[in-house]
Unconditional design. Structure first.
Ligand SMILES: [Zn+2]
Length: 328
């Protein structure tokens, strides 16, 4: 499905079958010289067919089109290498570019598995997750030539000038695009209107939830008339949604703190199993393993946020990270 959402700005709805995100909104912006395509979809046939049929309807010529990826996740980057022409430049935030190129090194996903084992997943769960987790399974067909960009970089498409605004949190190098003159924001997965973006912890040295909330406040300072998100409903109320997301995480932080108070020495997996989740599963045991994987990452982000605030700490014991409250 293709729709013109504003003059020369089109959304192509790319379905993500069997995925709670439901669809990716890929945006095609017609320029006076080159065009820009924002995000692409998983590297699967269903996504490829939907994206290329949308581009065909728009008579889009990839020979004259560059690609911008809001962040490194495979539902955004997956088709970039398959649809790029020889002259297409593929842009992505420099921080995410450095992580993305590692995805193609053998050994990277083993390290991720070891990390998630230490967070509490079992070897059986990890083995099952490995083959089906879209983060790994639907990556671009090859390690494309990515051009890393940073805060302030500008795409000049003639009638539209889009400025990069770094919004770390959902991923370490997530970038939103802002058209100042028309007050248009492409929010990627930083702000999604009808689901909550997944926030995980990528390492123990940064507070990714804290970074995410700071990045929400960065966007809140912008004057935004039209906001376009990467999943589900494309258009929404940007500032109202920011308030809701900040409120959601405040509640979540309080919930994790309470669970930890009642369960000293729990792993992030143990904490995640007791958090409330809005997914269609009766209980934690029935969660699909990929959703457990994301949930554990989310629990860790909240635990690490509390640890960076000095409220909790962890120990590494019997190959697992266990968390407990700090009592001053
Ligand atoms: Zn996404």
């Amino acid at each position: 499905m293709v729709e013109e959402v504003l003059k020369n700005i089109f959304v192509i709805k790319v379905p993500l079958p069997n995925n709670p995100l439901k669809n990716l909104n890929s945006y095609f912006i017609k320029g006076t010289g080159r065009n820009l395509l924002i995000d692409t979809g998983f590297n699967t046939k269903a996504c490829y067919d939907a994206l290329t049929s949308g581009l065909n309807k728009l008579n889009a010529d990839m020979g004259n089109t560059d690609i911008f990826l809001t962040h490194l996740h495979s539902d955004h980057t997956g088709l970039s290498a398959s649809i790029a022409s020889d002259s297409t430049k593929i842009f992505i935030g420099e921080t995410d570019r450095q992580i993305l190129v590692n995805f193609f090194h053998s050994g990277y996903w083993n390290e991720v598995d070891e990390k998630y084992f230490a967070l509490g997943l079992s070897r059986e769960e990890l083995a099952e997750n490995e083959s089906i987790n879209p983060a790994h399974a639907y990556l671009p067909s090859e390690n494309g030539k990515y051009t890393g960009i940073i805060n302030g970089f500008e795409f000049d498409l003639g009638h539209y000038k889009l400025k990069c605004i770094e919004t770390p949190g959902h991923t370490p190098g997530h970038i939103c695009l802002y058209i100042e003159k028309e007050k248009i924001l492409f929010s990627g997965d930083h702000i999604i209107f009808d689901i909550t973006p997944n926030i995980i912890s990528w390492d123990h040295s940064n507070d990714y939830l804290g970074l995410y909330i700071d990045s929400l406040n960065v966007i809140k300072k912008l004057d935004v008339k039209s906001a376009f998100s990467a999943h589900r409903k494309a258009i929404g109320d940007c500032h109202g949604r920011i308030d809701e997301l900040i409120c959601h995480h405040k509640d979540r932080i309080a919930e994790v703190e309470q669970i930890l108070k009642d369960n000293a020495g729990a792993t992030p997996y143990g904490i995640a199993s007791q958090m409330t989740w809005s997914i269609r599963a009766k209980n934690w045991a029935e969660f699909p393993v990929t959703q457990k994987w994301f949930a554990v990452g989310e629990a860790l982000a909240h635990l690490e946020h509390l640890r960076h605030k000095g409220k909790v700490n962890y120990k590494f014991e019997n190959e697992r990270y266990i968390y407990y409250m700090n009592f001053a």
